[in-house]
Design a protein around this ligand. Structure first.
Ligand code: AMP
Length: 350
């Protein structure tokens, strides 16, 4: 009996304490109403919004917020619903790795590919229903649906004709981007992502390439497969160049020029890079429509903010001898782990 009483007392006192605690919590931090899902506001397909939610992304990052609306087809004209007449803008985006830039280019491209695919499927269904009605009106047998061809049968081989191409400078980055893409299409029926990178067995890569809608590639292997007739780039509508500063640099510029030429019919080019030095910008413009006349630029990071922890100090030296003594002094400082000394001439450097 006493036990029961104790328990009751305990419960009542703890619940009043809880109430007090709740009051205090309410005073301290007012509960904010949940923000509407930013990915829905961007107009992305429900299949992609669901995938983003599965990944635990609650709101778009800064680069996603700015790049996705510009990368999607331009709205507001009468023909926006006609996929063939949609207009796209070329983009040049400066954004650091880790800012969410991969989803910033994958989401709009996947959205458009998905919408086009759904539209084509609806048109096909409509045409079939019309043919069936016509046949019924004439008293004929209903039309047969075309049979799916077995893609593993060599006689049915057709080169892959992706609608989108993402170029990356390294195998590791290409694999990471393809991996992110596969996560994003998990609710999109019939949208396939393939990865084309060097150092992998050809046969497996070719098998996975069949029916790919979006290909993530390093340029060398992509051109290999194109030259051997495994992939046809004439249907590419969207070209994305990731880490564009490295892609446009010496080692890749010839390959990129070839791919630029092979995908000349494309409707949009997007370049993403942490930075765009003036020379890289010039090279980038050559790959854009009309030499970049209408390219939109997005700059996410402010370099001045980023380097706010750098302290700069100037020491005046009276003579070259004095300067060398100062340098000698600093280089002996055991607190300095690493140092770079710039000199104006080779002799000085020695
Ligand atoms: P990236 O800049 O593409 O290398 O992305 C860096 C990381 O950010 C990746 O691990 C993504 O999974 C993650 N990420 C991308 N978008 C979002 C988002 N909207 N919210 C939270 N994390 C994200």
């Amino acid at each position: 009996m006493t036990d029961t009483f104790d328990v009751t007392e305990d419960l009542s006192s703890s619940s009043s304490l809880d109430l007090q605690a709740a009051d205090i919590a309410l005073d301290a931090a007012p509960i904010e109403p949940a923000l509407p899902n930013g990915f829905v506001l961007l107009g992305l397909a429900p299949e992609l919004v669901q995938a983003v939610e599965d990944l635990g992304f609650t709101q778009p990052t800064a680069v996603q917020e700015r790049a996705i609306p510009l990368a999607l087809p331009e709205m507001g004209d009468d023909q926006a619903s006609d996929a063939g007449k949609q207009r796209f803008i070329d983009l040049m985006v400066s954004s650091q790795t880790g800012s969410g830039k991969t989803a910033a280019f994958l989401l709009p491209v996947l959205h458009t590919l998905l919408t086009q695919q759904q539209q084509a499927a609806a048109e096909e269904r409509l045409a079939f229903e019309r043919a069936a009605q016509e046949a019924a009106a004439k008293g004929e047998a209903p039309p047969k649906r075309p049979k799916r061809k077995d893609p593993t049968n060599a006689r049915h081989f057709k080169p892959a004709t992706p609608g989108a191409l993402v170029l990356c400078p390294t195998r590791e980055l290409a694999q990471q981007v393809a991996h992110d893409g596969i996560d994003l299409v998990k609710h999109c029926r019939g949208l396939r992502i393939a990865n084309v990178v060097g150092g992998m067995p050809y046969q497996l890569q070719i098998a996975k390439l069949q029916n790919a809608n979006l290909v993530v590639a390093t340029p060398g292997r992509l051109l290999d497969l194109q030259r051997s007739g495994q992939i046809d780039l004439s249907q590419v509508q969207f070209l994305v160049v990731d880490e564009a500063d490295r892609m446009l640099d010496l080692g890749f510029s010839d390959d990129l020029a070839d791919i630029n030429h092979l995908t000349e019919q494309r409707r949009q080019t997007m370049m993403f890079s942490a930075t765009f030095a003036p020379r890289i910008q010039q090279l980038a413009m050559r790959v854009m429509h009309d030499n970049g006349a209408s390219v939109k630029r997005i700059q996410i990071d402010n370099p001045q903010e980023k380097h706010s922890n750098i302290k700069q100090v100037l020491f005046w030296a009276d003579t070259p001898q004095h300067k060398r003594l100062l340098l000698d002094h600093w280089l002996r400082d055991s607190k300095i782990d690493q140092a770079i000394v710039f000199a104006s001439t080779q002799v000085e450097c020695d």
